[in-house]
Design a protein around this ligand. Structure first.
Ligand SMILES: Cc1cc2nc3c(=O)[nH]c(=O)nc-3n(C[C@H](O)[C@H](O)[C@H](O)COP(=O)(O)O)c2cc1C
Length: 171
């Protein structure tokens, strides 16, 4: 099986990370994987903000999201990448989804774990939207779309089962 299909078949969401940091080069590779994703009309409107888990903004988001949660929203992964995109472009959410999946697959191919994070939507696009947009250095007119936390995995998991018969129609 070719390498890309192999990675697609084996990837899973990782929710437990070792304390081993990921290198700047690994971060750069993940970011580039996101930026290399296709975008509608080649708009290339995705912005990526990389935030280390030690940055106080992470604790602030946790506080606003759920201060009593058993797990941190990013599972204390060493880095979280926030993808923002143009608020008034109709394909922004789709483009961000494609970019984040590129990053998720790139991470898996490099032996890293990652998990896509949508749970901060209510915080980052809620009452304090402008505040967080500034803190996370989103470009003017951009809003949070999706995020992904990444690091070295401390657990492994079987990929989820697919149900071809139920989920596919071939006409
Ligand atoms: C748009 C989107 C948002 C997600 N948000 C979260 C999240 O906030 N927290 C989380 O732990 N997992 C999140 N996930 C991961 C899914 O829960 C996960 O992909 C799903 O349970 C299937 O598991 P698998 O990725 O291991 O196959 C998200 C996935 C997607 C595609």
């Amino acid at each position: 099986m070719n390498e890309v299909i192999n990675v697609i078949e084996k990837r899973c969401s990782v929710r437990k990370y070792s304390s081993t940091p990921i290198t700047e080069e690994e971060c750069r590779t993940l970011i580039e994987a996101g930026l290399r994703a296709p975008t509608a009309t080649n708009k290339q409107e995705i912005h990526i903000t990389a935030v280390s888990n030690s940055n106080p903004i992470q604790a602030e988001i946790q506080q606003d999201l759920n201060p009593n949660a058993a797990n941190s929203f990013c599972y204390n992964a060493p880095v979280t990448f926030y993808l923002s995109a143009k608020e008034d472009f109709k394909w922004s959410a789709v483009d961000a989804g494609i970019a984040v999946e590129n990053m998720h697959l790139a991470a898996a191919s490099m032996g890293l774990g990652s998990v896509i994070l949508g749970c901060m939507e209510q915080v980052l696009n809620g009452e304090k939207k402008a505040y967080y947009a500034e803190k996370l250095a989103f470009p003017e007119g951009y809003r949070y779309q999706i995020a992904i936390a990444a690091g070295y995995p401390e657990t492994s998991k079987e990929p989820h089962q697919i149900n071809f018969e139920k989920d596919v129609t071939i006409l």
